[in-house]
Design a protein around this ligand. Structure first.
Ligand SMILES: [Zn+2]
Length: 416
């Protein structure tokens, strides 16, 4: 076949045209001030020029230095909309311009649990329900958090549940059963993570084996904090294990206050200390629990709280310019529907189809370098694959390690 000829004059004509077109687009962005397609952060410093420039930079630079993954456990589209209606406020989620959907089924079930759901994000493989950081052969696979640590990036996890709960555990540990809280705690103690903030102190310090893991963690360079007052002065350069409650964090309605957005901000300050960047996973853990309880007020309060943490992440990313923010859910919970209500008063008539999870697709939101990859309808495992690809891992890269996970104990042997 004859190769097509590229005439030099034709090339220079095409580049002139594209230059003129870019200038035109730029002028268009400047005149409308909101047409950049990527950014909608409510930045004080934001100007149309700043945003247009940032958008161009994001397109050119598909390799984010930092990744913040925010998981709203049980957060379907209705949970989000209920937060907007009943909260009578615009959510930070409305600042995103790159949106998609994720298919949530696990290896063995159309309806996933949070273990298999988060494992799809952490190792990019479908797992059995209840699995934590292992593939469908229950082989432990390196999680994206562990890969980030191996790359010299700093890593952290912030949650409103126990840090040993299914979602955070899937990034930090490898066990075949999510109920193995004490084993998960032991693996967290031995992990390379730089920061954990959440609940679950009892799994570290009131154990069947009598060990006090937080003492081991201090030996390994962790600063341990068991109340929020101790978080004011974290020694520079230390790792942080903040376990503020024995088992789970209280609900928003029980006075959790601004724990999640404040801890997200603290984590970003703490992790943004390295030239190599960081990986941070933040979970709004209790949106799911509101769904299980079929309690619309519980869902709305947790949803708005999670959205405030999203706002903190977006503000950071907008300032930083090298941070990818991805927000999604592992599954929907409750079959939550809005069957009526009133926009102006924020009243919603909530309905539920189940006290369990459902099998619907869940939304994906992305902002920052590489955000365009998260648009469209994709499998939940693609979220991992895109993040890894942006950090230079391709299908031909040597696959991160895989090894046998601890044996699954008989149910009578588990902690609960
Ligand atoms: Zn659940």
């Amino acid at each position: 076949m004859k190769k097509p000829m590229h005439h030099p004059i034709l090339i220079s004509f095409v580049s002139s045209i594209s230059f003129v077109f870019s200038v035109f687009l730029c002028c268009f962005f400047l005149s409308t001030g909101s047409a950049d397609g990527q950014t909608a952060p409510r930045l004080k410093k934001s100007s149309p020029l700043h945003r247009a420039r940032q958008s161009a930079e994001f397109a050119a630079q598909a390799q984010p230095r930092n990744i913040i993954l925010l998981v709203g456990d049980g957060m379907g589209a209705t949970q989000i909309y209920a937060g907007m209606v009943a909260g009578r406020q615009e959510l930070n989620l409305e600042r995103f311009r790159h949106l998609g959907y994720s298919k949530t089924h696990s290896f063995d079930d159309l309806i996933t649990d949070s273990g298999a759901g988060a494992t799809a994000f952490s190792i990019g493989k479908k797992a059995f329900n209840g699995a934590i950081g292992v593939d469908s052969d229950t082989m432990a696979c390196e999680t994206i958090l562990e890969t980030a640590a191996r790359m010299g990036k700093r890593t952290g996890v912030v949650v409103t549940s126990s840090v040993t709960h299914a979602t955070p555990a899937s990034f930090l540990a490898h066990v075949p059963d999510r109920e193995m809280h004490e084993e998960i705690a032991r693996q967290i103690m031995e992990s390379k993570v730089d920061l954990i903030i959440g609940a679950g102190k009892k799994y570290f310090d009131q154990r069947k084996d009598g060990r006090a893991l937080t003492a081991n963690m201090r030996e390994r360079g962790f600063y341990t904090a068991f109340d929020s007052a101790s978080l004011v002065q974290i020694p520079k350069g230390s790792r942080l294990a903040a376990l503020l409650w024995d088992k789970e964090a209280p609900k928003m309605s029980e006075g959790r206050g601004d724990f999640l957005p404040t801890s997200t901000r603290l984590a970003l300050e703490h992790l943004n200390d390295s030239t190599k960047g960081f990986f941070l996973m933040v979970e709004g853990s209790q949106i799911d629990w509101g769904g299980h309880a079929n309690d619309a007020d519980y869902i709305v309060r947790e949803m708005i709280d999670f959205d405030r943490a999203i706002g903190v992440a977006l503000d950071f990313a907008a300032q930083d310019g090298q941070t990818l923010v991805v927000v999604t859910a592992d599954h929907e919970t409750g079959g939550f529907a809005i069957n009526g209500g009133d926009w102006s008063s924020g009243r919603i008539e909530a309905a539920f189809t189940t006290k369990k999870h459902t099998g619907v697709m869940v939304p994906v939101f992305a902002y920052g370098p590489g955000a365009h990859a998260f648009t469209g309808i994709q499998d939940n495992t693609s979220i991992y694959k895109h993040m890894m690809r942006m950090w230079g891992f391709t299908a031909s890269s040597p696959w991160p390690w895989r090894k046998s996970a601890p044996e699954k104990p008989r149910r009578s042997d588990t902690a609960e």
